[in-house]
Ligand binder design. Structure first.
Ligand code: RP5
Length: 162
């Protein structure tokens, strides 16, 4: 029997983005959603970018999470070549603390959407949650796991500080 393809692609511009983007993978693991991570650079591997974006749907992906830092063209370029939902994660850059990444990703012209998350690890974790929520629209089991995650998160918050 052939295993079903992973529904979520996690792509990033550099190996150096992985510690951030792993937070998306960790969240998807918690929710029982399979993922496949790849390094795809808009600047350093443009042909790989085009091949990935044009082939993502045929590969069986349903959602793309794309993280990049600095002049972060990756999410927008991928979104221009696929109809899959693209979630952009601005990776915290050294020079401008991710403000550059955020503005590069969020300011898409009308017509090519990128769902932009917060800078850094929080954005990556939330991209995992959002990808799961997109997939959950026709997956009752995943909906239940998302609700359980929220309930556990709520239960873990103390009423008073120690
Ligand atoms: C971007 O340049 C990557 O997404 C990364 O955030 C940033 C720095 O890359 P490295 O120089 O660490 O490879 O393309």
């Amino acid at each position: 029997m052939t295993a079903a393809p992973a529904p979520v692609a996690i792509i990033m511009g550099s190996q150096s983005d992985w510690p951030t983007m792993k937070k998306a993978a960790d969240m998807l693991d918690k929710l029982g959603v399979a993922w496949d991570a790849r390094i795809v650079s808009a600047h350093r591997t443009p042909d790989r970018l085009v091949a990935f974006a044009k082939g993502a749907e045929a590969e069986g992906f349903k959602v793309v999470i794309a993280g990049a830092g600095g002049a972060a063209h990756l999410p927008g370029m991928v979104a221009s070549m696929t109809h899959l939902p693209v979630l952009g994660v601005p990776v915290q850059s050294k020079a401008l603390s991710g403000q550059d990444s955020l503005l590069s990703i969020v300011q898409m012209p009308a017509g090519i959407p990128v769902g932009t998350l917060a800078i850094g690890e929080a954005g990556a974790a939330n991209a995992g949650l959002l990808a799961a929520a997109i997939l959950a629209s026709n997956d009752a089991g995943l909906t239940a796991r998302l609700k359980a995650f929220r309930a556990a998160q709520t239960a873990a918050i103390a009423e008073k500080p120690e």
